[in-house]
Design a protein around this ligand. Sequence first.
Ligand SMILES: C[S@@+](CC[C@H](N)C(=O)[O-])C[C@H]1O[C@@H](n2cnc3c(N)ncnc32)[C@H](O)[C@@H]1O
Length: 353
Amino acid sequence: MFKFNFDVDDTEQSTNVNHTTQNQGPTSLQAVVPDAFTELFLADALNSLPSKISYSPITISLASGGELSLPRRDLFDARFQLISQNPDDPDALEQQSINTQSALHFLDAPSDLVPLVYEGGLKTWECSLDLARYLDGISSQFDVSGKRVLEIGCGTSIPSLYILHRIFSSPPSQNQTHIHLQDYNASVLELVTIPNIILTWYLSEAAETYRKSEEWADPPLELNISESLKDTFLQSLTTYGVHLRFFSGSWDTFDLQTLGGNYNLVLTSETIYRMESLPNLAAIMRGACNAEGSKDVDDYLCLVAAKVLYFGVGGGVAEFVRCVRDLDKGGTVETVWEKTQGVERRVMSVKWN
Ligand SMILES: C[S@@+](CC[C@H](N)C(=O)[O-])C[C@H]1O[C@@H](n2cnc3c(N)ncnc32)[C@H](O)[C@@H]1O
């Protein structure tokens, strides 16, 4: 029996605390082969969006003081998209892909994790907010513009949304910023990661002219996904030198060469919970930082946000630190931020040997 007992305190999309899952997913989904590394193209994801999406804000208290509100697509809205694509009749249901059935099930229970079926990406986990706050605290020393960024296990991608918010709120620059996002589930990328990025752009200064032109078209907390919005969004990416790529699949199939490696910033949040996955995760991080080719440890920043303990699953900070140390040409882990009250959480920086 698989059992999770995450200590979760998410703000809005799930109210489960000390959530326990006992393989509640459809039994047929338990035996699937792990999803292989695949690129999801932005143009295809844009084409599959419905004509309207709804969203709710999530608030991050910034290291610099003040708060930042970032938009997240509502899960009920993502569910509606899937149902509309797959009408509720038995024949159509039979033909639904495992991915779609799986996504529908987990949209209703976003805290349920079933290893290598659904790994929790639909929900925003609290350490992703810690990581965004930490990025805000170091923003004066570490300028992300013009860098290569990889967010591993991105889910709702709060750290990357923070970075994009900053880029879209600054004047356009000649710098070319590459942001690559990975999640186990392609449906997570399609249903929440990419919509969240569009929403973040839409609410930023970069979209001000567009917003004004459409001012009365969008009801509050809803966004019309028109052809003109898609075109303006893509044009903005070019103007701001932002290059986005999206990858799904399990970490053991992750192909760093295809992605070009050599990242300046590697981010991951709430991904160190499962012992079995730790070596693959650590190996990706090490390869992504191109530790061997790098002469200077300051060439990259490799940040991991996590709870200290994941009850019932075996992973956590101690196991991650040990895994990094024991990896071939491993590294060292330094805590750069921590919360010691209640459920302990950390942001850690990894330096590779
Ligand atoms: C608990 S969720 C955290 C999501 C997000 N980072 C957050 O903090 O809100 C864990 C994420 O790690 C990724 N993940 C976990 N195990 C994985 C594996 N073996 N292969 C690929 N991705 C995996 C999933 O994509 C999932 O989104």
